[in-house]
Design a protein around this ligand. Sequence first.
Ligand SMILES: [Zn+2]
Ligand SMILES: [Zn+2]
Length: 411
Amino acid sequence: MNLILFAVPFFLVLIAIECLADRWRGVSHYRLADSINSLSAGVLSTTTGLLTKGLGLVTYGFALEHLAVFELSADSLWVWALAFVLYDFCYYWLHRLGHERNILWAAHLVHHQSEEYNLSTALRQTSTGFLLGWIFYLPMAVLGVPLLVFVGVAAMNLLYQFWVHTQHIPKLGWFEWFFVTPSNHRAHHAQNALYMDRNYGGVFILWDRLFGSFQEEDDNEPVVFGVTTPLASWNPLWANVQFYAQLWADARRAERGWDKLRIWFMRTGWRPADVARKYPMDKPDLSRFRKFEVPLDGRVQRYVALQFCGYVALGSYLMGVESQLPTAALVLGWGAMAWGLFVLGMTLENRALALRLEWLRLASNLPLMGLAPLVGLWPASLPAWIALVAYSLLSVVALYRCKDRFTRRAS
Ligand SMILES: [Zn+2]
Ligand SMILES: [Zn+2]
């Protein structure tokens, strides 16, 4: 059973409850476009994970088979407890270097791009973490932690981190000493200089206290959420490649070969001297910080929200049946997901091309319907056909009804 899939309904219900709490307390921590962008990054991340998790599992399994020092049993509660703590220790170092090194920050920054802080931010995850993240967990394989235990504690660690992404819970007394909490994780998501590069723990904040990276949330320094080089986009694909693209451009511009190579592994923000001189990049002044916002008609916003629900359903379906799906089906599912979320992002940005792209996205349901049964994404059954045709026709009607509201300024 995939624990994360099982948790999806709880995530959605808790997000709805937090929205109600916002209303009740007269605060506003949610903006539709931001939440859809965060959730899009999350759905894209889990779907990408179905295709890429093999890398982490195979390397872990290989290390376990050839390098394990002990033979630990998955039946022992102590092994589970030890693995749970050890996983968080490894996570601490992955997360810390994820902030401190250019190439790892390029993957991790997706989680930090939101300028809001709410439960939807928790689900905002990278799609490229699989490239290097697995290296940090190899010590667990060397110790002999069974694969089943490793996968189990990894899911538990991720699930724990969900609830700390809220502004509704204040400091929690003695709990703050030992565990990651909403308060100390809010500080982690800040772009204020005081909080920069602090509080990396996943479950235990003890690592930060131990290794000198702890910072308490200070009432005199309200947290400004986000990153110092804003994404300024609602496109979840661009969110995932933004910083790689910058590093690549800088590496190409650098004159010295050594700089082209080392830029990837240097401290986050490091740029070759000649490139920084020729192409200066100013960090915006935090006192003049404004959240990224694009005016968009309310009816178009509701249309995008409804369409997005279809991708949550597709992502959940893929997670649910992944073990029965051939790779070609997963690739097709990923392609449909990436294309669809990209177009919805363009619509949220109120781009001039958005309406045409949206018609094209709906039209692309036709070849998808033909291809899906061929590659085994879903069976060629009548109910599947009826559901997809009904969804497509309803979408066409809905788009027709709000087509005049595209690329208009909201009133
Ligand atoms: Zn982080
Ligand atoms: Zn977080």
